[in-house]
Design a protein around this ligand. Structure first.
Ligand code: BDP
Length: 696
């Protein structure tokens, strides 16, 4: 393992001991970098060799799962081995590993201890296949070098949002009753869980930073260190969300102006204390000038000034600032048709491209509005070529059914990550946020050779202290899929789901696998089909964001409107007659979205205000589409309820009961959505439903 194995090396040994114990085998560990002789391993029937080294392996492809030249010759023996074949070779990076198998032998060889840990977990995922006859070896490495979960946990229980903002899985795993728990056993298990799927960063607290939460940066540091100690052995760095007003709130300064020398000094000293307590601390996440959070606008400064203030404080310690682009006016006048919330992030951030320090990552929500079930991909992601950009996804199901509805989001994230934002250059969202050059020739590289502009893939976590971690047991698949897609954005989301099913229900009857696919594969599209139609978004109950309230936000200051009246529905975001938002996209999207005839159906009402009898590309009208799809989707939910009932007795009873209870609520809620949306369209438009199904 090398003399500097450290906490991650210890985890590798612990995992090996655990596995060895399970199989009744024996374990030889050399932590001093001394070679393990080939003879010593040859006498066993089944052998696993793990080793950290930085050999050169042949082959040029570095995408996940690609075969490379055989590194077998270098597995045992002196650490000085060179490249196996001396030709085209790439070094193994810190997080990369080669997984090999040959007739009863398996090996993991990695570039660093984190790579070794990931390789070991990959081997566990492989199961017995890892020892299958024949020869095979793959080089694997994460496409995104930053794979982060943001926790919206409050230290204090918030009177409206509770302990975890938009949390649907009980309380916080680490905060309880105004402090960090004494017993952090489950946090250790959680860290192991995240490390096993390659998550390498967590932020501990809510982006809406309350009074107590702000103090994590100062008096709470010992607690932060306790948590960091649990994440570190699994290769995970710890971050905090901080308040831009911290110099005033915590330091008693009269201002938080980013150009004020006292403010700059305050942040520099705060950072020094943080890194003195947690030497490998990751950095800060900041929500500023957004939904009431303080920010640089109060001082007439912009967001580059704000972000660079913190960036310069953390730079001497190797820290990074994740600065969110979720900046918009949440107190707008709904009568003012010229203000379009979708435009806001681009309007604020595009002019700042090139002004952010190298250790700033601008963290952009995947859509321009707010984690809807369907939205266009945010043009901001492609509009900052001289800025490090991370995309932010939402694993917690705020707008996708509160972990009461089955909604497997892997296919949605896959669409987003693969979306060719700058189509001419062939760069997808994943290419941009991972710093991959992409390009028409299809060249791909891993982070080791990516430019320094990589930002990463971030998501809001869906876990809590619930016994199943995620409230709805099947929502675990979303956490798993996020991590696997952040590792490899080109992974097939249904295969990822299949992997999760196999690992979660390892010895189950084959009918369980079939039924889970039946319930989950298409569940995001089913959810979409009974809620807000054709990309128009929202129509949810204000505040909670659960259940239908078609006009709930229509006359509110939040900027989320559908503009339905007797003549039509949808938001005109065109350049010709609307808010001009389509102009924020590069070609071809600026033109594809501009024209209702070329705009994809699923986004039609996001970009256009159209008559109810406007014909979709699918051939049906908007009104009839709403009528049919809402009803069909509820029929589908009914069928999934029946399918789940049939696997009773084939899975754990407690789990079966929990899913059954959630499905009953899903069916009730989906029916409510169906009836309200269908009736709303009928009463508003007067267009009859050709199917003759009931309308109220
Ligand atoms: C919205 C949530 C709100 C979050 C906000 C954010 O409703 O609770 O604080 O996003 O991302 O979706 O900051």
């Amino acid at each position: 393992l090398g003399p500097d194995a450290g906490p991650v090396g210890d985890t590798v040994v612990a995992e090996l001991r655990r596995a060895t114990g399970l199989f009744g085998g024996s374990l030889t560990v050399s932590t001093a970098g001394a070679p393990v002789e080939a003879d010593a391993v040859a006498e066993h029937d089944v052998t696993l060799v793990v080793a950290v080294r930085a050999p050169h392996v042949g082959g040029t492809s570095t995408r996940s799962g690609q075969p490379t030249a055989d590194p077998n010759a270098h597995l045992v023996g002196p650490a000085s081995g060179g490249a196996p074949d001396g030709d085209a070779s790439a070094p193994l990076g810190e997080e990369s590993f080669v997984l090999g198998r040959r007739d009863g032998r398996a090996w993991v060889v990695a570039g660093g201890h984190r790579g070794l840990l990931y390789g070991l977990h990959a081997l566990v995922r492989e199961g017995e296949r890892a020892w299958a006859p024949g020869t095979d070896h793959v080089l694997d490495l994460p496409v995104s070098s930053l794979r982060m979960l943001d926790h919206w946990d409050n230290v204090d229980v918030h009177p409206v949002m509770g302990q975890v903002e938009r949390g649907y899985a009980g309380g916080s795993l680490w905060f309880e009753a105004g402090r960090v728990r004494d017993d952090l056993t489950r946090v250790g298990a959680y860290a192991r869980l995240l490390g096993s799927v390659g998550v390498n960063a967590v932020s501990l607290n809510n982006v809406n930073v309350g009074r107590t939460e702000a103090r994590l940066l100062t008096d709470g540091l010992a607690d932060v260190a306790r948590l960091a100690d649990l994440f570190r052995p699994h290769g995970i760095r710890t971050f905090l969300s901080v308040s831009f007003a911290a110099p005033m709130r915590l330091g008693g300064l009269p201002t938080a102006d980013p150009l004020d020398p006292d403010v700059q000094r305050w942040w520099a000293e705060a950072a020094e204390r943080v890194w003195a307590t947690v030497p490998d601390f990751g950095g800060f996440v900041v929500k500023a000038d957004s939904e009431g959070q303080p920010g640089p606008f109060a001082y007439g400064r912009d967001h580059a000034d704000g972000a660079n203030l913190l960036a310069r404080a953390v730079a001497p310690h190797g820290g990074t600032v994740f600065w969110r682009a979720f900046v918009y006016n949440h107190t707008q006048d709904w009568r003012d048709r010229s203000t379009d919330r979708a435009r806001a992030a681009y309007d604020h951030f595009h002019p700042l491209d090139g002004r952010f320090d190298d250790n700033v990552v601008v963290q952009v929500k995947h859509g321009p509005i707010d984690f809807q079930t369907r939205e266009a991909v945010s043009p901001v992601i492609g509009a900052l070529p001289r800025t490090r950009v991370a995309v932010e996804l939402q694993v917690t199901q705020e707008y996708t059914g509160h972990q009461k509805h089955v909604c497997y989001l892997g296919p949605w994230w896959s669409e987003i990550l693969r979306f060719p934002l700058t189509e001419d250059a062939g760069r997808t969202v994943a290419d941009i946020v991972t710093g991959l050059p992409g390009g028409p020739d299809g060249t791909v590289h891993g982070p080791e050779v990516a430019d320094l502009r990589a930002g990463g893939i971030v998501a809001v976590s869906n876990v809590g202290d619930d016994a199943f971690w995620t409230g709805h047991p099947l929502a675990q698949a979303n956490l798993y899929a996020f991590a696997r897609l952040a590792w490899n954005p080109e992974a097939d989301p249904v295969e990822v789901l299949d992997e999760w099913i196999g690992l979660t229900f390892p010895d189950a009857d084959p009918r369980v696998r079939t039924t889970l696919h039946r319930l989950m594969d298409g569940s995001w599209r089913t959810y979409e089909a009974y809620t807000a139609p054709l990309g128009v978004g929202f129509m949810v109950t204000p505040g909670s964001h659960y259940g239908p309230s078609v006009d709930g936000y229509e006359y509110s200051p939040w900027g989320t409107y559908h503009f339905a009246d007797r003549d039509g529905i949808g938001v005109d975001r065109t350049r010709a007659t609307g808010t001009g938002y389509t102009g924020q996209y590069e070609a071809p999207w600026r033109d594809v979205y501009e024209d209702a005839a070329t705009c994809p159906d699923e986004l039609l009402l996001f970009f256009h205000h159209v008559p109810w009898e406007h014909r979709l590309r699918s051939g049906t009208t908007v009104a009839q589409h709403v009528y049919d799809s809402r009803a069909d989707a509820v029929d589908e939910v009914e069928r999934t309820v029946a399918a789940w009932a049939e696997v009773a007795g084939l899975v754990d009873d407690g789990l079966h009961a929990r899913v059954t209870e959630r499905l009953a609520e899903q069916l009730r809620s989906a029916t409510e959505w169906r009836d309200q949306v269908r009736t709303y369209v009928f009463r508003t438009s007067g267009v009859p439903d050709a199917s003759g199904r009931p309308i109220y």
